[in-house]
Design a protein around this ligand. Sequence first.
Ligand SMILES: NC(=O)c1ccc[n+]([C@@H]2O[C@H](COP(=O)([O-])OP(=O)(O)OC[C@H]3O[C@@H](n4cnc5c(N)ncnc54)[C@H](OP(=O)(O)O)[C@@H]3O)[C@@H](O)[C@H]2O)c1
Length: 236
Amino acid sequence: METVLVIGATGNIGTSTVTAALRSKRQVLAVVRNQKSGEKLVKNVGTSEGITFVEADVVSDSGMRGVVEQVRAGKLPAFQHVFTCVGADYIPVALKDITTAQLRDNMSRAFEANFFAYRETISYLLEQGRPATYTICTGSQGDLAIFPLPAMTQGPLFSMATAASRENAETNVRFNEIYLGMRVEVDEAAKKHGVTSASEFSVVYESILSRSEIRGSRVRVMNNGDLKDLKYESKF
Ligand SMILES: NC(=O)c1ccc[n+]([C@@H]2O[C@H](COP(=O)([O-])OP(=O)(O)OC[C@H]3O[C@@H](n4cnc5c(N)ncnc54)[C@H](OP(=O)(O)O)[C@@H]3O)[C@@H](O)[C@H]2O)c1
């Protein structure tokens, strides 16, 4: 059985990803920061079956390296798919009011952690030589910039996704970016706030996993109509 490694597994998008992986009969290797976060994921997904948890500091530049070392040593399941969606503050703060600490913390969590996840796992996927995927979730906030703080973390992710699409164009790894232009939250919160639920959004990742023609692409999800009928275009 295949395994999906999820970095940012306990958030809105991570929860959706775990649901998609389990529904498509895959196992999950969920990177969590502590047991409490792991429990939150189990509550939101509704099961712990098929999920292996590993604690790591994904913000540190060596946190994900440690996870891959444990996989190589056979202490954790081998994985064929990676999904990264570590996020930070989704709040409205004017540019002039963003403190240095806030800026660095947000760049560290919402950009660097996703970069480290890629850098530390891509060689492992390439070495397998078998069909593999790498998927990242970004947001249209990066272009709209209505909330400057989260917006500014998305710009570098867009560039990184283009570079990764280019670098993997001829490899065994299908790299794709999900560009999300609507709000997705874990099911209970989504119901309360009237936004798209993690369960509803999970069909997007299920499609990406199953459709080998989608590679090096930005998959644009702007409304619920885009969930089933995927709109995608090459990143370069
Ligand atoms: N949700 C949306 O509607 C939406 C829309 C557009 C784009 N996106 C993209 O998806 C990303 C994730 O969004 P989300 O809504 O899923 O965010 P979220 O619910 O806030 O989840 C963020 C994830 O990152 C982890 N994380 C944050 N800081 C961490 C730290 N210091 N150490 C370890 N883990 C940390 C969280 O772990 P804990 O659970 O332990 O806190 C959680 O797993 C966004 O940044 C953006 O790029 C999301």
